[in-house]
Design a protein around this ligand. Sequence first.
Ligand SMILES: [Zn+2]
Length: 210
Amino acid sequence: MDSVEKLINLFKKFPTVGSRTAGRFVYYLMKLPKARVDELISAILEVKNKIKLCENCFNPFEPFDSAQGKLCLICQNPARNKNLLCVVEKETDLLSLENTKKYSGLYFILGGTIATMRPEETSQLRIEQLKKRISISNFSEIIVALNSTPEGRTTSVLVEQIIREVWQATKTEGSEPNRRITHLARGIPVGGELEYADEETLESALEGRK
Ligand SMILES: [Zn+2]
C-alpha cells in the first residue's frame, strides 16, 4: 500500500467520510505548506493529550487545572438537576440539547447505537457503565433521547430494558419509588437525528417528552 492509499484508508474511518471525500482530504493535504501540516498534526495531538473523558457522562472535556478532577463542567455544576438523566448516542447530541438551554439535568453518552457499530467498535457501547451510573445514582427520570432511526429505536429498547433491570435490582423492600423513563416528544422527524434538528424543534421535543 502506498502512502496516499494508506492515508485515504485512515480518513475513510472518520464518521460520514467515504472514499471520495477521503481522497479529497488527502489531495488537499498534499497541496498544503509543510508548516500547515505540522500545525494540523500538533493540533490533533494536543486534543488527544489534553482532552479527558468525564467519568460520569463520558463527555470529553479539557481540565483547566489538575484540581478539576475527573468530571466535566456539567457534572460538576451544583445547579444541575441530579435526579434527571438524559441518555444520548453521541457527543454532538449532548451539544444540541445543551444549546437549547432548556435542559438542566445530567447526561450519559452511550457511544453509539447497536446496528451502526462496526464490529471493532461494539465494545464502545457503554452498557456496563450505564448500569453502574444508574445503580449508584438516584434518578427519578431518565430521558432516553436516542435518534429515531431504526438503529436508534432498537438501541432505545435495549437501554430501557437495562434501566428497568437496574431499578428493579436496586429497589428497596416495601418502597415504590416514583421513577419514570421518558422519550423526546415527536417533532424530531422519524428517521431524523438529534444533531440535525433545529433548536426550537429540540426544545419542544424536550418540553413535550413523555
Ligand atoms: Zn460529565
